[in-house]
Design a protein around this ligand. Structure first.
Ligand code: FEO
Length: 179
């Protein structure tokens, strides 16, 4: 059984994961609009991943008998000055998500709520990977540059990340594991 404070905080996290999905879907559409097909594909896949993060939390709350509350939320930004600015925003957003997961871990540890503490370990590892992933995209953008054909080559590099993500999901599904 979860404390009311923990239920509230897990509900907040569910809504933040939904917002993350909306944000990346919107960004994916912006990229498609700018003919950045690789980035559009990559971000569309990432929007799906965020919904998977949400579903995992939702399943956990349902198992405890708590009620999940899906709230109304603000619209994500829909215009960006550049691909670089957009990925900088993503990196900051993921750092925010990490801080929220850390707050949840802190609450679980201090209550103490060992079941939730264990459940959250997956998110701790996932946030490490997410920050690493988006930092690596920003590093690629800095390395290649956006002048001339740079943007085209960056988009191709990001398309490879989308393909790797699809291959990983296929392997995981064939192995019968959860993503
Ligand atoms: Fe669900 Fe990208 O954090």
């Amino acid at each position: 059984m979860l404390s009311p404070a923990m239920i509230d905080r897990l509900n907040e996290q569910i809504n933040l994961e939904i917002y993350s999905s909306h944000l990346y879907l919107q960004m994916s559409s912006w990229c498609a609009h700018k003919a950045l097909e690789g980035s559009a594909l990559f971000l569309g896949q990432h929007a799906d991943e965020e919904m998977m993060h949400m579903r995992r939390l939702l399943g956990y709350l349902n198992e405890t008998g708590a009620l999940v509350i899906i709230k109304g939320m603000e619209a994500p930004p829909s215009d960006f000055n550049s691909l670089t600015e957009m990925f900088e925003k993503i990196y900051s957003h993921e750092q925010l998500v990490t801080s929220k997961i850390n707050d949840l871990v802190h609450l679980a540890n201090t209550e103490p709520d060992y079941s939730t503490l264990q459940f959250l370990q997956w998110y701790v590892a996932e946030q490490h990977q997410e920050e690493f992933l988006f930092k690596s995209v920003l590093d690629k953008i800095k390395l290649i540059g956006t002048e001339g054909q740079g943007l085209f080559f960056i988009d191709q590099e990001i398309a490879k990340l989308a393909a790797n993500s699809t291959a990983l999901e296929t392997t995981t599904m064939n192995a019968g594991g959860a993503a």
